[in-house]
Design a protein around this ligand. Structure first.
Ligand SMILES: [Zn+2]
Length: 239
């Protein structure tokens, strides 16, 4: 998976990745996933520990890397450690749509949720909700399944949203037209999101990592989660 490609397109450009490298297959001894003595948590920890140990034994200096992704041969596990800069995947999940979420966990993101709720996977426009929304993923000849990117709220939570490009109106109210660029088109000048009361409004278009993110119908606009009764008239392109 092109971690850097995803970061450049859907997250931000300066995530630490100067030591990004893909290693070949290595053999690792680990817990048996079928052993009832071990909980799933310990199994996952065991798999990660075994992969790291095997990499170290193969003369790989893991201290040079910001994080580790271990991919099992065949079907093993799919998970990420929130804030732990580590993820597991396997032959069934080595694709950005799924592994992007697990790596997002590594950077400290949890699953996308609604305000005031602890239910997981609630935002179909955010990679932190795949695989609950398979129709929001696009097939890719290069990467199997891609998208969607991160939403503006998740980006903000990590400090990845350029706050100088977030529109916000005066506290006393406003009646105006705001022009938004697509959230992930940072190369275009202008606003990438708008702050409307407690909400962030973002524009997502069906291309690149968001190729299927907006589903098959409806305008290429999302309101997160709903526009309140604000006096913003409309949002418009071009993009
Ligand atoms: Zn997850």
């Amino acid at each position: 998976m092109r971690h850097g490609n995803f970061c450049d397109s859907a997250v931000r450009s300066n995530l630490p990745r100067q030591y990004t490298a893909t290693l070949g297959w290595i053999s690792a001894r680990s817990y048996s996933t079928g052993n009832p003595v071990h909980t799933r948590r310990s199994t996952r920890n065991g798999l990660l520990d075994a992969a790291k140990a095997a990499a170290t034994a193969a003369q790989v200096d893991l201290s040079k890397f910001d994080g580790v992704v271990a991919c099992g041969f065949g079907g093993t596990e799919l998970c990420g450690w929130v804030g732990g800069m580590a993820a597991l995947c396997d032959a069934n999940s080595l694709q950005p749509s799924l592994l992007g979420q697990e790596m997002g966990h590594g950077y400290g993101l949890d699953h996308a949720r609604l305000q005031g709720s602890t239910a997981d996977y609630m935002d179909p426009w955010d990679v932190m909700s795949t695989a609950a929304w398979p129709d929001r993923q696009a097939s890719s000849a290069d990467y199997v399944s891609i998208g969607p990117g991160l939403n503006a709220a998740c980006m903000r939570s990590r400090g990845w949203l350029d706050e100088t490009r977030v529109w916000s109106g005066p506290y006393a109210g406003y009646d105006t037209v705001v022009t938004l660029r697509p959230l992930h088109h940072r190369h275009l000048h202008g606003y990438l999101a708008a702050e409307v009361g407690p909400y962030l409004v973002e524009l997502r278009v069906r291309e690149r990592w968001d190729a299927s993110a907006c589903g098959g119908a409806g305008p290429p606009l999302r309101r997160q989660p709903q526009l309140p009764d604000a006096r913003i008239q409309r949002f418009r392109g071009p993009w």
